[in-house]
Ligand binder design. Sequence first.
Ligand code: PRX
Length: 693
Amino acid sequence: MPDREDPTATDRGGEADIAVHWQEEPMVAPPRAVRRPPHLADPTLKPRFASARFPGSFEAYAEMLTWSRRWDRTLDADRPPFYRWFPGGRLNASVNCIDRHLPDRAASPALVFVPEPESEAPEVLTYQDLYDRVNALAAYLHRGLGAVPGERVTLHLPMTPELPIAMLACARLGLPHSVVFSGFSGEACGLRIADSQSRFLITMDGYFRNGRWVDLRRAAERAYQVAHAEGHPPEKVLVLPRRPGHARWEPTLRPRVEIDLEAELQSYRSAREVAQDLPSDHPLFLMYTSGTTGRPKGVQHNLGGYLAYAAGTTYYYQDLDPDDVYWCMADIGWITGHTYIVYGPLALGAQVVLYEGVPTWPDAERPWRISEQLGVTVFHTSPTAIRQLRRLAPSGPGRHRTRFRLLTSVGEPIEPETWHWYFSEVGRGRAALVDAWWQTETGGILCATAPGVDPMKPGSAGPGALGIFPEIRDEEGRVIPPGSGRAGALVIPNPWPGQMAGIWGDPQRYVETYYRRFNLHPESTDWRDWPYVTGDGAVQAMDGYIRILGRMDDVINVAGHRLGAKEIESACLTVHAVAEAAVVPVSDPVKGRCPEVYIALRPGFEPSLDLADRVTRAVETTIGKIARPTRVWFVPDMPKTRSGKILRRVLAAISNRRPSGDLTTLANPEVVAEIEQLVRTARERSDAEAGRQ
Ligand code: PRX
């Protein structure tokens, strides 16, 4: 039954089909130079999080926070898969990330902002500065604009201090924020504004990226139009300047809609805004992510559970001390930045580096220069960034006096070769390396090794994190025993506090997407009947370590950024000449995976460079440059099943230079040879051209 609607079916050509190409590697012991953090080396730690202690074990995470009222129950699991963590408890995230640190750390750095242009000096914001600026913005939103708890705010902001400030100002007032990655187009931003029905959009005139000024304000215009067309325009568009006093924009939206936020904030500079005392299950934020359908979904995280999990996992897996200088190079526009730049580290009172630009500007040694200058001790990035830095400057790290004690890799599988370079060259064999596996939906790390304590296995994320007991299941839902070498669907059987609370406005989709597959009793009110389905394929070794193979669904993980194949396909279909589009993941030596597009044209249209260009541009304007396909192939027809479904698996095989496998279910098997021939000829031509240059 190759055309079934089954997330583990192999007709989709998902990433897990391409799979990682490395074998199980031997363990690497934590370097002796690395300290063994006493709280992690404590032999009672893992037993305290044993499954028999669930869910009470997670109270240890909640205890790390400051609550105005303690919770009545640890977990309300009466209506699975809708869970409420720490119900009855009340708290505020901005109080936890700022106010409570003031007695001890008002003058300590909270954020160290490093602008991309090296001519601009780093800017330090102490916890007091952060408090002042968050209060000013919260006061304006509340008193100036009348914001009330529960109203959503979309933030389309770059990696400057204004982004965490805006998030924490929203959190102070109980306004769920929805941060849209600054690299996303105005159109993508507009759709997210409309879906979340945000009352406000906060944005900036622009920012620096790769040595160039990126005009973000123009995206706001488009976002406004799109949200308007969707029936939910934001009431206000608040624009900040990238450099205070140097606004680079002219208002063009209606006068009462577009607001110069810098000017408004002048009157609130020393304002203090009382933090809302919020219930634990109040929504803290939405984070839109790609799924199997064209429409991105708003993953909702609730205050108490999420913040407890962010703080707890930062404490155990990033092992941050107030003396550490911590730099996570991810963008706050993705979940990694939410949890491991903003909420987790600030909840612990850490010192956080915020870098505006790309790691390779102006050269691939920039991260090591910044790390040396600022004395970074804990460094966190993605395999794509590591591969890029290695390729461009393999001995770059050795030329700098860095003093890393902990390194993290997140977002994609890291191949052993890259792992070893990160460990030996960047960490000089003296830093622990954490390969952290998790997802937007999981709120925090779910698989990783305890730094300095657990042995590491290159190419494998670690075992389940504290209180997490991952399983691999086969197509029938049977657990595949660890060590059998068989791949399957990665599943998390029990709830945990960082788990998403739902999909914004679509509870049904939440249940269908994440729980239906292995749920045998739809009426059951026992959480054991509702295992969380991650969408990843994986293999579990005898020792419990998990090797992630990639997505089994229509999600493509490009350079650690999640893109929906369907989203890219819908963008291609906006070009009139395109009749059908199929997007497949292709292995890439730097980005891990890249999208390639197959296009069948309407009758009367001929393939041309111009059309390929129009398809590429359609993807860029609808989603953003990150989704740009690496190749656009025009094909005479798509390989299809008899029921008319495109068999992406076959296209993915051609793109990845693999045999196309079983073609017996195809209605038009002859087209496969034609496509293979066409792709081969084009490749030979471009190889020949590359050779001539
Ligand atoms: O396929 C897995 C991959 O990234 C997906 C989640 O993407 P996103 O929601 O954007 O969150 C990224 C930041 C956590 C997963 O389904 N992934 C994430 N971390 C790893 C990984 N694949 C392999 N190894 C990892 N450490």
